[in-house]
Design a protein around this ligand. Structure first.
Ligand SMILES: *[C@@H]1O[C@H](CO)[C@@H](O)[C@H](O)[C@H]1NC(C)=O
Length: 208
C-alpha cells in the first residue's frame, strides 16, 4: 500500500467517525419518546404560554399565496398541522440531531395550490419576506436543507427541545454556514425566518 493513500484513508476515517459519534443524538418528543424518522408529527413551542403549533397558511397580508407559508397558530389549544421530518442518509428508524433533514409539509394533492412541498428558505441572507420559511422546494436542495440541533439552554430541562438550522451548503451550493431558524412576527403573525434568536420547539406525537 502506498503510504499516502493509507494516510488519506486514515484521516477520512477519523473525520467520519468524529462526525458520526460526537454530536448525533436521538430526537425525543415532548413526552420523552423517540421521534420516528419520516413520520408526521406536530411541532410547537415548549410552553403553551408561547402559543400553539405550526401550520400552513394560504394567505399573507390578506393576499392568497401559493406555495403556502409556515406560521404558528396563536391559540395554544391548536396543535397545528403535521410535518414529516426525513433523514435520508442511511434512513435511520429514529430522527437524530445533526445531518441533513428535509421537512415535508404534506402538501395538498388537490385544490388550487399543489406546490407546497418541503420547507424552504428562498434566500437565507436576504431580508423578509425572502428569508422566511415557506414551502415549495424539492427534497435535499440547498433551499430546503435543514438540520436539528438540541436547544442549548432548554426552558424546561426535563423536556427535550430543539432548534432548527438551515444549512444550504450541506445539500448543494449556497453560503458555507448554518442559519438559526427564528420567530419573525409580521403584522401579528408569527412566521419563521433565517435570522435571530433560535426558536425552541418540541415534537408532539399525532393523537390517535
Ligand atoms: C445560533 O444559535 C446558537 C445558540 O443560541 C448560537 O450559539 C449561535 O451563535 C447562533 N448562530 C448564528 C449564526 O447566529
Amino acid at each position: 500500500m502506498k503510504p499516502s493513500l493509507f494516510y488519506v484513508s486514515f484521516i477520512l476515517f477519523i473525520i467520519n467517525s468524529g462526525i458520526a459519534s460526537a454530536t448525533q443524538v436521538v430526537v425525543k418528543d415532548a413526552t420523552g419518546k423517540k421521534v420516528l424518522n419520516n413520520v408526521p408529527y406536530h411541532i410547537g413551542p415548549v410552553t403553551v404560554a408561547k402559543g400553539g403549533g405550526f401550520k400552513l397558511t394560504n394567505t399573507m397580508n390578506n393576499k392568497k399565496i401559493c406555495p403556502y407559508n409556515v406560521v404558528q397558530d396563536p391559540s395554544a389549544a391548536n396543535l397545528g398541522d403535521t410535518f414529516m421530518f426525513t433523514l435520508n442518509y442511511k434512513r435511520p428508524k429514529y430522527l437524530h440531531t445533526e445531518g441533513v433533514v428535509g421537512i415535508d409539509s404534506g402538501y395538498p394533492k388537490t385544490g388550487p395550490c399543489q406546490k407546497s412541498t418541503f420547507w424552504t428558505i428562498p434566500d437565507a441572507e436576504a431580508k423578509a419576506p425572502d428569508n422566511l420559511v415557506t414551502t415549495g422546494g424539492g427534497f435535499e436542495e440547498d433551499i430546503t436543507c435543514f438540520q436539528l440541533v438540541e436547544y442549548p439552554k432548554p426552558t424546561n430541562p426535563k423536556v427535550h427541545s430543539y432548534m432548527l438550522q438551515h444549512c444550504p451548503s450541506f445539500c448543494g451550493s449556497g453560503p458555507q454556514t448554518c442559519f438559526n431558524v427564528s420567530l419573525y412576527v409580521d403584522n401579528g403573525v408569527r412566521r419563521l425566518a433565517s435570522r435571530g434568536t433560535p426558536f425552541e420547539f418540541v415534537f408532539h406525537k399525532v393523537p390517535k
